[in-house]
Ligand binder design. Structure first.
Ligand SMILES: *Cc1c(COP(=O)(O)O)cnc(C)c1O
Length: 378
């Protein structure tokens, strides 16, 4: 069976985990956590990066630091992972979903303004498949209405918009290092921000509401409880795994692009014949080959093609069930405007196997199976 995903492994991970253990510090903010955040600060040109236990935690931190209060409204696409909404629901916010653009599956920036009310506090663009949302337009709307922008860049690590790293354009950027993402630590994430004004509050929030970070820097001689907080620090063992991956980021990136390009080139005849649609990357975006998806005619075709591939030993999966149609989505949110594309496009989309250690022979086999699918050869 060709898996849909396997966690990437590049070779140095075990050495670094051993090193973390030998350093005698397994809790958060040790040597490897520092190396990971320094790597990201430099590579993504951003003032502050803090590793977290997940992208969900980074989103929770962003929701809190954005000052979201009960009853505030937060605008996001319905076509996203539950965490994008959960983090704001935790603060008592109402989620306002707007439609997506069919070609990128990203939030349709032209639908945002009409969804803004006096209660709106935050816009959350989700960079689906590591392909940037229309950030200039979104930032302009946020500026006009004095809103915060929290980028869900869970899938957008090491991708960019007009040369700027995703996650560094809005007020906060949230990354995921879950095992299904490009670079991983099993479970983990990071929050990025440019504004020094958030630093102290972010440190306190991440350190259980204490001024422990100041204590370690020698700025206070005792640390105490100063505000609300939680525990968002990952262990050094996880950070050690991640650092090995970040060091190999170029290699991981190249391999993922090779897989992406193979699918894209070899499945093109099916797109030309009108059987499938392939991903579209706008000129302003440099993507990170996080995902390769195709869109087929309808839900029925997708179900049958996934079944067919499984019989051939290939595991492909569909993606998000739109949040506004879920039980929690109905309770915590509402859809503003018409759902023209969200449901329809989500039902047609399927993702093909894509991970660092995937053999190119297997990639060829997957493409061959799709090309041979009987319904595409009538
Ligand atoms: C994976 C993902 C998340 C959640 O990431 P975790 O690190 O598992 O919390 C959030 N949003 C999007 C768009 C994702 O793809």
């Amino acid at each position: 069976m060709i898996d849909f995903n396997r966690p990437p492994f590049t070779g140095k991970e075990l050495d670094y985990i051993r090193e973390a253990i030998e350093r005698g510090k397994l809790c958060g903010d040790g040597e490897f956590t520092k190396r990971c955040s320094a790597w990201m600060r430099e590579k993504f040109k951003v003032s502050h990066v803090m590793l977290t236990t997940s992208c969900t935690s980074a989103l929770e931190m962003s929701a809190y630091l954005s000052g979201v209060q009960p009853g505030d409204e937060v605008i996001m696409p319905s076509y996203t992972f539950v965490s994008t909404a959960d983090a704001f629901v935790l603060r008592g916010a109402k989620i306002v979903f707007v439609d997506i653009r069919p070609e990128t599956m990203n939030i349709d920036e032209t639908k945002i303004e009409a969804a803004i009310t006096e209660k709106t506090k935050v816009i959350v663009p989700v960079h689906y498949a590591g392909v940037a949302c229309a950030m200039n337009e979104i930032m302009a709307i946020a500026k006009k209405y004095n809103l915060k922008v929290v980028e869900d860049a869970a899938q957008g690590v090491n991708a960019s918009y007009r040369g700027q790293a995703l996650g560094t354009i809005g007020d906060f950027g949230c990354y995921s290092f879950h095992e299904t993402k490009n670079y991983t630590m099993g479970e983990g994430g990071a929050i990025a921000f440019q504004d020094d004004g958030y630093l102290e509050d972010a440190e306190i929030l991440r350190e259980k509401g204490t001024d422990r970070s100041k204590f370690f820097r020698g700025q206070v001689d005792k640390y105490t409880w100063v505000n609300y907080g939680s525990s968002y620090l990952p262990s050094e063992m996880n950070a050690a795994y991640l650092y090995a991956q970040l060091e190999m980021a170029d290699q991981i990136d190249r391999k993922r692009h090779a897989i992406y390009d193979y699918y894209d080139e070899h499945l093109k005849p099916l797109a030309d014949a009108g059987y499938i649609e392939q991903p579209f990357v706008p000129d302003y975006a440099h993507h990170n080959a996080h995902m390769y998806f195709i869109k087929v005619k309808d839900l029925e075709t997708r179900t049958d093609l996934i079944r067919y591939l499984r019989e051939k030993g290939v595991c492909s999966v569909f993606h998000y069930v739109p949040l506004h149609s879920s039980k929690a989505g109905m309770r915590f949110g509402r859809f503003h405007g018409e759902d023209v594309y969200t449901t329809k496009e989500s039902e047609r989309l399927m993702r093909l196997p894509m991970f660092y250690n995937l053999d190119m022979k297997d990639v060829e086999y997957v493409a061959r199976c799709i090309l041979d699918y009987p319904a595409f050869n009538r």
